[in-house]
Ligand binder design. Structure first.
Ligand SMILES: Nc1ncnc2c1ncn2[C@@H]1O[C@H](COP(=O)(O)OP(=O)(O)OP(=O)(O)O)[C@@H](O)[C@H]1O
Length: 748
């Protein structure tokens, strides 16, 4: 039988967004027979050899299955979304010149991390597809709320495809100012869309600048975005690139006669798509990834560079032309500005910012004079270099936490601040910025007390040694994606194996992990619905991980800003979220101070309700896991010591006492047996169902608590029989009620 055809079904659009985006593509409906099926080579090893006559396999790509209503019910139709030739060749194997790996690839495949972090929006080199053709096929009426900003149609199209139908408040406030060319300082709550508040004006300006000029492979840097952490820089680059994606989707890379070099030039070699130079090229340079490849990308030229200050400064040190390009920037962005002045980056940041200064000679002379009078050597060390050909620089500074004092000072202008003798590091940094406008547009939409309206906060008080019990209890009681902040790397190293022994999917994230591993763990966490990410504050800023259900402060942060940013990893983009502080006796004073800095009190944060019976049941598992971990450590250490003694004895040509060896071996065996016994006990414990008080282990309808109803209704807890499955925010003591009462009584 040779015509048993559709074994592999055409792929359906994966997400609503994809489906939405595809609705607007031109449809080309075909019948199943008209589709350009390809025969799939079959392996003899798989038992379906060529001549065994069982089955012919054929496959196809680039087809949507559409179910349409008709008089006879639903009819299946096939919508070709790709030209067949593209389905064959659209594998990203572009020309030598523009085949950089994009951020999406980097995140999906951390193995690709050595490749440069570059992504771009190509324009066709097909003369029949002009930019205006591509740009005109989107009806801007579909996004009325974005219309007032006059954004480029390609950006509107992308916003539509991403389902961003309404601008967020910070976007509505910042876009008009930024598009008019003003400097903007934007402060708005975590997860409120600040990246696009500065990103859209930049992309808009660059798309307009390139509207009538063919993209060239040589280009100068136009925008520099500085971010404090590697992950955030990669995320920003990916986020901006997503806004250019409809261009990629819309324009097939033109097929040229280029031969795939890997396939040689034989008759079987197929033409591969030739990617034209991108219209806008975005790259990220961050530490922990191949500097050599980043250097190559920079040499080729990018329009928008997202960077962490340390790596960028290293690259600038090697290449004078990069410094020159930074002197001529059109846009400079400091994302999470207040964070960048902490944690050892300040010097590099300061050096980079000096390159962007565009003061005129008189101003510089004045400042040098003032600095000399005040004997401030740091101002004199390196003078800003003037470049008469410089274009005006537009500066954006964004964060969720910029103090009101600082904003006031900014309003008064940098010179005033200088004369007032302000000394904070952030103040100093902002003084260095070349705000064209003496009073930049300051947009402060930060909520009172740093509290996002969709976030529920709670606390749980316990002695420090019980924190593990409460953490495990919470993770078991409230399944979901949980981000646990631990202040020390050692703490993470202790907790990860513990949670793994308890069969939770726990991933570490801290600065001592290799960058590849950091991104890999982030990816794993993103794809595990009940995953637990144990992170230091390297993950507290800016990371936009979809659907983080809970943020848990296993250790208390050291500042109010960090508390706000850590909490901001959940409750993003108006989704609800939950934050829990596990508060030891020594943490209470700090927690009170944090809340007081935010203008709040401890009583404002609700207590988490704990089922102590269930907590007690879980404690034994944690204790066993701790013991296993401790024995494993001892075995490892003993092995290491024994090997060291043996090697040293061999090196000294001394006999290693066989009696001592036997004693060691006996001790080691004892530990091995103990380890096996503990593991068996834990294994058995974890297979036993967790029964709530009053639930019968034998009959679901007997005992003082019948679980039959909740089993029938499907609202039972999956691992804790007899408990229902509330969301964490439904199980907090009514602290907010207390707060309301207090406020009411104050006002009386
Ligand atoms: N107009 C919009 N409509 C819906 N979602 C949006 C819109 N703009 C941005 N988003 C989404 O909101 C999420 C948060 O955006 P973003 O990361 O820019 O927030 P942020 O304010 O920078 O947060 P943080 O302060 O934590 O860095 C992202 O997933 C982003 O895709």
């Amino acid at each position: 039988m040779n015509n048993t055809r559709p074994r592999k079904r055409p792929r359906k659009a994966d997400t609503n967004n994809e489906r939405d985006a595809q609705k607007h593509k031109k449809s080309r409906y075909l019948t199943a027979d008209e589709l350009p099926w390809k025969t799939v080579a079959r392996s003899n090893a798989a038992g379906v050899g060529e001549n065994e006559g069982m089955l012919l396999l054929e496959e196809i790509d680039g087809v949507d299955v559409v179910y349409e209503g008709s008089g006879e019910g639903k009819v299946v139709r096939f919508n070709m979304t790709k030209e067949p030739v593209m389905a064959e060749a659209g594998d990203g194997s572009g020309s030598e010149e523009w085949n950089g790996i994009d951020e999406t690839t980097l995140q999906a495949d951390p193995e690709a991390l050595d490749a440069p972090a570059e992504s771009h929006s190509p324009l066709p080199d097909n003369p029949t597809a002009s930019p205006s053709d591509v740009e005109s096929d989107f009806d801007v009426e579909q996004l009325p709320e974005w219309q007032p900003f006059g954004l480029h149609p390609l950006l509107l199209k992308s916003l539509h495809a991403q389902n961003f139908t309404t601008p967020t408040p910070i976007q509505s406030a910042a876009l008009p100012q930024a598009i008019l060319g003003k400097d903007v300082v934007g402060v708005a709550q975590t997860g409120s869309g600040k990246t696009l508040a500065y990103g859209l004006p930049i992309l808009n300006a660059l798309l307009q600048q390139t509207a009538n000029s063919p993209p060239s492979s040589q280009r100068d840097l136009k925008a520099l975005i500085l971010a404090p952490t590697r992950e955030l820089a990669l995320q920003v680059s990916s986020h901006l690139n997503a806004c250019l994606t409809p261009i990629v989707n819309n324009i097939p890379a033109a097929i040229t006669a280029t031969q795939d070099p890997k396939k040689g030039k034989g008759k079987d070699s197929e033409p591969v798509p030739h990617k034209a130079p991108p219209r806008i090229s975005i790259a990220a340079v961050v530490g922990g990834m191949s500097a050599q490849k980043q250097r190559r990308i920079l040499e080729r030229g990018v329009d928008i560079l997202v960077a962490t200050p340390g790596r960028l400064w290293d690259l600038i040190g090697e290449k004078d032309s990069l410094a020159q390009q930074i002197r001529n920037l059109q846009f400079l962005v400091l994302d999470e500005a207040d964070r960048m002045v902490q944690g050892g980056h300040f010097e590099e940041l300061d050096n980079i910012l000096r390159l962007t200064l565009r003061q005129n000679a008189d101003e510089i002379a004045d400042e040098m004079e003032v600095a000399r009078e005040e004997e401030e050597p740091q101002v004199l060390e390196s003078e800003p270099i003037l470049d008469s050909s410089s274009k005006p620089l537009q500066t954006f500074v964004f964060s969720a936490t910029l103090s009101k004092d600082l904003q006031r000072d900014l309003k008064k202008g940098s010179r005033h601040r200088r004369k007032c003798g302000k000394t904070s590091t952030l103040d100093d940094l902002l003084y260095r910025l070349d705000f064209r406008d003496p009073s930049p547009q300051i947009i402060d939409l930060s909520p009172e007390g740093g509290l996002v309206s969709t976030l529920t906060e709670s606390k749980l008080e316990c002695v420090a040694t019980d924190k593990d019990f409460y953490l495990y209890y919470f993770l078991m009681r409230y399944p979901g994606r949980s981000l646990v902040f631990v202040s020390s790397i050692d703490g993470i190293r202790r907790l990860v194996p513990l949670l793994e022994l308890l069969k939770l999917k726990a991933y570490p994230l801290h600065s001592q992990l290799e960058q590849k591993q950091r991104l890999k763990n982030l990816d794993r966490f993103k794809s595990a619905p009940n995953g637990v990410l144990l992170a230091t504050d390297v993950a507290s800023r800016g990371l936009d991980i979809p659907a983080v259900d809970h943020v848990i402060h296993y250790q208390i942060p050291r500042s109010a800003d960090t508390y706000v940013h850590r909490n901001g990893r959940t409750a993003r983009a108006m989704n609800s979220g939950f934050a829990l502080v596990i508060c030891g006796p020594e943490d209470r004073r700090i927690f009170r101070a944090i809340l007081s800095d935010l203008g709040r009190q401890e009583a404002d944060v609700s207590d988490m309700v704990v089922d102590h019976d269930m907590l007690d049941k879980l404690k034994h598992g944690v204790t066993l896991a701790r013991q296993i971990d401790s024995v494993q450590h001892k075995i490892k250490k003993d092995n290491h010591d024994r090997n060291w003694i043996k090697e040293t004895a061999e090196a000294l040509e001394v006999d290693y006492e066989s009696e001592a060896e036997q004693i060691d071996a006996a001790a080691s065996n004892r530990k091995d047996y103990r380890l096996m016994a503990l593991k068996a006990e834990l294994r058995e414990l974890l297979t036993r169902p967790l029964l709530a008080r009053g639930v019968s282990a034998k009959y679901i309808t007997s005992g003082s608590k019948s679980i039959a109803d909740s089993l029938l209704l499907g609202n039972h807890h999956e691992t804790m029989l007899g408990l229902d499955k509330p969301r964490a925010n439904e199980e907090v003591a009514p602290g907010s009620a207390r707060r309301t009462k207090r406020r009411q009584s104050k006002s009386k």
